[in-house]
Design a protein around this ligand. Structure first.
Ligand SMILES: Cc1cc2nc3c(=O)[nH]c(=O)nc-3n(C[C@H](O)[C@H](O)[C@H](O)COP(=O)(O)OP(=O)(O)OC[C@H]3O[C@@H](n4cnc5c(N)ncnc54)[C@H](O)[C@@H]3O)c2cc1C
Length: 471
């Protein structure tokens, strides 16, 4: 059975991006329907699971606009175009204020534990998933209730499947509600269904030959529907080769206490990461998001280990809000310990000579200030490289945790979807993790999912209101 309904605007996806867009439309006097595939009252999504830090390139969101803009361009090696970098830089603080005006609270800190503005209440300091009653959950509940007061509605158990196009304009969405098909007509559509991290076929196409050997560090709801719907009507897809994620204990594949926290980035950026032969294969100085991406692209993403010593375990290992020391062994993650590197290689099932040689060359390069001569070279601009010299020595088998894909549907600064020829597709907008071109690039630059969702949600709503409903 097919049912047809009309709204001012249809939004696909009830995460931060979709609910910011729908509420802003409500403030501007427009009635939006949010189609949400989840059927539970507290349907899972990345926004509900979020750590809640609003940041730009891991910097305080309240830093000045021009430094944000430059940080985005630098982090992504120019992949993010000037107009999109300027959009994020200009509007990121407005997102914080807009959320505050909606009654949402933040905790503020300039310290290492919370780098900036974190949705309140923050997640706990315990390992494993913790979302109920936390910042992301509160944000979604609050924005849904405000939407209803503004005349909008969020319809659960409704999965957007295709776009209604008339004379090259997007005029609605065909959705699936159980066995039923619903046609939701509108003047404009906002695609806000998240990334494609939970679609194994798309992950295989764009990111990793072995999607089953990556850990979903996500709610598992980002199935790439929006990317596929937009692609089917000629939208340009960009920047799909990388994702935001972290380096996790390999045991996170089967142990839910080991994701989304604690993660092992701090150990890896202080020590080294080796493949199955005991050799380095990645510049650890580029950080955990970069390393997770490189590991995902290995022939076997479950073949690496982080190598470090007692000083690193007791130093960087104890930092972060859910520190890997002591939680990794405490919740059942593998931590191999040996008095010398040969014995450690034995515990990893590696030939010992190669690992000993790798660590020795790395230590020599640190002492000589010659880390750039290593293969691969090691940067020190963001993370200090520490020698691995203090027994006992440690190895922690690793895996790549994938949280949100960075690429998706190309947009302009009004969040309009772009077609292959670069022109805007009339009536079609994209917000949040479904967008492409706002992060990633050759350096796999991470900009920030919450800020991205808020900024593009506001931009889409305001452009729709101006152009489709002028007073
Ligand atoms: C553990 C964790 C920690 C994080 N920490 C941070 C952090 O501290 N700071 C930060 O900036 N980012 C963080 N992120 C990332 C950030 O939370 C996300 O980037 C952001 O919430 C994405 O918002 P979104 O609205 O685009 O997508 P989502 O929140 O994923 O929402 C998309 C919604 O669309 C629905 N949907 C999908 N397809 C369809 C369809 N076809 N029809 C209808 N509905 C559909 C989904 O069910 C979902 O509810 C974290 C993420 C996780 C998982």
């Amino acid at each position: 059975m097919t049912e047809e309904q009309s709204y001012d605007v249809v939004v696909v996806g009830g995460g931060i991006a979709g609910l910011v867009a729908a509420n802003r439309l409500g403030q501007l006097g427009r009635r939006a329907v949010v189609l949400e595939q989840g059927s539970e009252e507290l349907y899972p999504c990345n926004t509900r699971y979020t750590g809640g830090t609003l940041h730009v390139c891991m910097r305080n969101v309240m830093s000045d606009e021009s430094s944000h803009r430059q940080a985005i361009i630098d982090a992504t090696a120019g992949f993010v175009t000037d107009n999109l970098a300027s959009l994020i830089a200009r509007e990121c603080q407005r997102v914080v204020r807009w959320l505050q005006d909606e009654g949402l609270g933040f905790i503020k800190s300039d310290g290492e534990l919370h780098h900036g503005w974190v949705l309140a209440p923050p997640v706990t300091t315990q390992p494993g998933l913790d979302w109920k009653g936390r910042g992301g959950d509160v944000l979604l509940r609050t924005l849904e209730s405000h939407l209803v007061k503004r005349g909008g509605v969020l319809v659960r158990n409704t999965r957007g499947r295709s776009l209604i196009m008339e004379q090259h304009e997007c005029r609605g969405v065909v959705a699936q509600q159980g066995e039923r098909e619903a046609r939701c007509r509108a003047r404009a559509v906002v695609l806000a269904g998240g990334g494609f991290q939970a679609n194994a076929a798309l992950v295989k196409q764009y990111i990793s030959e072995r999607p089953e050997r990556l850990k979903q560090r996500s709610a598992g709801t980002g199935r790439g529907d929006c990317l596929q719907m937009a692609s089917a009507v000629g939208a340009r897809i960009v920047g799909t080769h990388c994702f935001y994620g972290h380096l996790l204990s390999r045991d996170a594949m089967t142990n839910d206490k080991l994701w989304p926290h604690p993660y092992m980035d701090n150990l890896a950026t202080a020590g080294i990461v080796v493949g199955p032969t005991g050799e380095r294969f990645v510049d650890e100085g580029r950080g955990g998001v970069y390393m997770a991406n490189i590991i995902a692209k290995l022939p076997d993403p479950l073949s690496t280990a982080v190598i470090f010593d007692q000083a690193i375990w007791d130093g960087p290992g104890r930092t972060r809000i859910v520190p890997i020391n002591p939680f990794l062994p405490r919740v059942g993650g593998t931590l191999l310990v040996a008095e010398d590197l040969s014995a450690l290689a034995g515990k990893l099932g590696m030939e010992s000579g190669r690992l000993v040689e790798t660590v020795s060359s790395y230590n020599t390069a640190i002492a000589a200030g010659a880390l750039s001569t290593l293969n691969p070279p090691r940067r020190t601009s963001h993370y200090q490289a520490r020698p691995i010299t203090t027994a006992p020595f440690y190895a922690a088998p690793a895996c790549a945790g994938i949280t949100d894909t960075m690429g998706g549907i190309a947009i302009n600064e009004y969040a309009q979807a772009l077609s292959e020829d670069g022109s805007a597709i009339r009536g079609l907008y994209v917000a949040g993790a479904a967008t492409g071109g706002l992060e990633g690039g050759p350096e796999i630059g991470y900009v920030g999912g919450l800020v991205k969702g808020g900024v593009t949600g506001l931009a889409a709503a305001e452009h729709i209101a101006r152009h489709f409903f002028p007073n």
